[in-house]
Ligand binder design. Structure first.
Ligand code: UN1
Length: 494
């Protein structure tokens, strides 16, 4: 018997108004139905918003350190359930167990880190231009937050949005990707257990058009926080523009790793493998371009191909597996199409390039680790986000040339440089226009207490992570307190 899951509205688990459900299946074994989740509609969205509005009235007045105490409870519960949460995640979206454990760990880290902000939420006090006048800036909550989250980090990314929203005193309505509703459900269950008051966190599943769009365009929503593709992000931004909502968009990447001829080659190879094929390439931070100094191109490429060929692809629950399936059939199709585009545009396919369909692979959406060599910077496979295990290797003459190629992108999330030269490293840090730059590690692996986000089509200027995320989920209020007993006119009275 397959379980029917429910929405969580006003602190109650409720059936969707439509009475309809969608299937959540395992991408490593499509025969396995993991659960049935609500295909919610407009009535559910409206109900969740009404409940959140009521809950917000009280939640905003709970002292932030008290709100944080509940979040510390939540962190401890995630720790306690880590293994089960990771297994559920591997079953519903495919990435290998060590990575789903990492995903859950990232949610733990974020929750502890941001719960700590409950005792800070620091503003400034400044002197006044006038006598007998005091002034300061404080953070105030905004109200209702809509969270639209992707399937590739089903617990980490929701935590990046939900925890700071809550510590600041907002109420959230959470719509997860339809590929990963179980991990989202698991997180919300733990929110309930941790003691988050009824209505402060609501959870509704369903499609972008029937749940996401009405949710973000509802006039009572003050903040929209989205992670996903740049196409959807642009649509969403337009939907929110005329009502001046705060919108945080975290979108695509075409992240490059530079390997200089003075790099530690063994280290660069390991990094390239992890950055390109970790999470089956389905990270917005994935390494999808490798820019190699001409002097070491042959040596690098030969070794990289050999290592990529040796990767064990399979079901992520098997401890031997190094790369899991793609999340869905459509994702597998997209990757296959990009391989054709790469070949047509004249790149040289030197590893992989095919769907895996035989034997154990028959029931899942598997793909070979794929490398293109002789890629030039303007080819589509060097410019467009593929979101799969396909990496383009491009040659560079020197560090200036390499940096120019890195910056030749519509995106700007993450970048990396392998070099033993402090001069090259600092030049790259100064001149690469991305939100994140790594020296001697791949383009993936951000930690929660630094700002996360990117330039260009990757984002709209906001950051998740770090204390900077608090700026998204609160408004600054400047407060002036005059105790002179008379009217003092700024800029006019000396
Ligand atoms: C994403 O791919 O959307 O830096 C997030 C990383 C992870 C987060 C990735 N900590 O690769």
């Amino acid at each position: 018997m397959v379980q029917h899951y429910k929405n969580f509205i006003g602190g109650e688990w409720v059936e969707p108004s439509t009475g309809e459900y969608f299937e959540n299946r395992n991408p490593a074994n499509w025969d396995e139905v993991i659960g049935l989740f609500p295909k919610s509609g407009l009535a559910d969205v409206n109900k969740a918003i009404a409940a959140a509005k009521e809950a917000y009235k009280k939640w905003r007045l709970v002292p932030a350190p008290k709100r944080a105490e509940i979040l510390f409870n939540l962190a401890a519960l995630i720790v306690k359930n880590k293994e089960e949460l990771a297994r559920d995640m591997t079953r519903e979206m495919g990435k290998i167990l060590i990575e789903t454990r990492g995903d859950v760990q990232e949610a733990i880290d974020m929750t502890y880190f941001i719960a700590g902000e409950g005792r800070r939420l620091i503003g400034h006090t400044t002197p006044s231009e006038m006598m007998n006048k005091f002034q300061m800036s404080i953070r105030i909550p905004c109200g209702l937050v809509a969270m639209i989250t992707p399937w590739n980090f089903p617990m980490a990314i929701p935590s990046w949005k939900m925890i700071p929203a809550l510590v600041c005193g907002n109420a959230v309505i959470f719509k997860p990707a339809t590929d990963t509703p179980l991990s989202a459900y698991n997180l919300v269950k733990l929110c309930e257990e941790a003691g988050i008051p009824k209505g402060v966190v609501s959870f509704i599943t369903g499609s972008g058009s029937t749940v996401g769009a009405p949710l973000v365009s509802h006039p009572d929503i003050k903040i929209v926080s989205f992670t996903g593709s740049s196409d959807i992000g642009a649509q969403l931004n337009e939907m929110c523009a005329s009502s001046f909502k705060k919108v945080s968009l975290e979108m695509g990447g075409k992240n490059a790793m530079v390997v200089m001829d003075d790099a530690n080659l063994e280290m660069a190879l390991e990094g390239a493998l992890w950055g390109s094929f970790g999470t089956t390439g389905q990270r917005c931070t994935a390494t999808s371009r490798i820019i190699v100094h001409k002097n070491i191109m042959k040596k690098f490429l030969d070794a990289f191909i050999e290592k990529a060929k040796a990767l064990k692809v399979g079901n992520g629950l098997n401890p031997e597996t190094q790369m899991g399936p793609l999340v869905s059939k459509s994702q597998q199709e997209t990757v296959a199409e990009y391989v054709e585009i790469g070949k047509k545009d004249g790149a040289k396919l030197v590893c992989g390039g095919n769907k895996l369909t035989d034997g154990d692979y028959a029931k899942g959406w598997f793909f070979q680790p794929t490398i293109f060599a002789e890629v030039t910077r303007k080819m589509r496979i060097a410019q467009e986000e593929i979101f799969g295990p396909v990496v383009s290797v491009i040659e560079a003459k020197d560090i200036d040339d390499a940096i120019e190629i890195v910056n030749d992108s519509a995106y700007g999330l993450s970048s990396s440089v392998y070099t033993q030269s402090v001069n090259h490293a600092f030049q790259a840090i100064r001149d690469i226009y991305t939100g994140i730059t790594y020296i001697n590690s791949p383009t993936i692996g951000a930690e929660v207490h630094l700002p996360f986000g990117g330039t260009n089509a990757t984002g709209n200027g906001h950051r998740e992570g770090g204390i900077q995320v608090l700026d998204m989920f609160s408004e600054w209020k400047s407060v002036y307190i005059d105790f002179s007993g008379k009217l003092q006119r700024a800029q006019i009275d000396a």
